[in-house]
Design a protein around this ligand. Sequence first.
Ligand SMILES: [Zn+2]
Length: 413
Amino acid sequence: MQVKPISNRGSIVCRGCDSKNLVSILNLGEQPLPAEYGMHADEVLDKFPLHLRVCKNCGLGQLGEYVLPERIFHETYPYLSSASEYWVNHATNFAKQMVNKLSLNKESLVIELGGNDGYLLSQFQKLGVSVLNVEPPENTAEIARQAGVPTISKFFGVDLANEILVKYGNPDLICVNNVYAHIPDQQDFTKGMEILSGDTTTITIENPSFDILLNNAFFDTIYHEHYSYLTAHSVDMVSKKCGLKLFHVDRLPTHGGSNRYWLSKSQMPDDTVKTVLDEEKASGLFDEDKWKDFAARSNNAINGLREWLIEREKLGHVVVGYGAAHKGNTFLNAVGEASKTLKYVVDASHEKQGKFLPGSQVPVLSPDKLNSANPKDVLILPWNIADELSSNIKKLAPDANIWVAQPSMKKLN
Ligand SMILES: [Zn+2]
């Protein structure tokens, strides 16, 4: 049955600029939501089209809208920022940097939109700055409150911005870290930030960069939680539409390649904005041949993993996975039936253990079970932390071959 979108955004109309000039660049078929794990092996999960389009007007990558954020970011949304050591270090450095750069003190207010369990804001608190977290899922909001971080568990937009403004006034800093892609209505959210902003308010938005995704064929970072894939072009355009200005861009190594976009009402753009806009154009963001190349490389990676799994099965190898990451689920669902040959996947998250990967239905076990079926091959699904996981695998399953599937099948030991 053809699933109908709940909005034209992302499939017919651009989420950022309202243009109807959207072009299909990669269709990954119908896939379940990456955080909806099966409770048993035969569970039939809802699936939705995972179809990437790009706006020829503003360069925003985007998916059609089939699922409301309420279904994705609900009270049992399993991701906790403070569970990731990498993110904790990144957050600590960011807070110190911002306190120095913006001369924040005990009179200052930092608001984080989508502040998760409050980890980043608690770093600001340690430095003596007042904070407010806006975090829709009640479970993470409550963890943040328990940690002493004041938290509102509502979705942010114009309405909530008006409420916050009355109660708290203009903040000095609004941070939006790895959250902007989760917003179905970019204009409502961005107008909300404009309402909250005074003349001296700074806004920082951190998000994986779409031009990096295209250039590296990181197709497996596409999943339903990410309604959109940002570029400096798209952020520049939606900001202007909502009364804000993009005045600075930092390139960051996070998630394989992210940008930190700096917005305000009053600051004039510096050279970094032009530099990144030029780099995006030069890398082929608006170039149809680049989009075709991205699709071809993505399909090569998908076919490569499928053929490798089929070959391993013929050889009689026991193959298992390490890391039940979202990107692994996109990859395995794009591979299709052959992904079911994985005997199991191990993951440190207690939430996921005992359940089944959405779509491929592979059972999830704890890492100490990695060697329980004497695997010949271990496939690392979150390739971005392959080094860290490889050293674990060498201890847990010393005789196994270790593999990653991005950008193509590669043995790591
Ligand atoms: Zn657009």
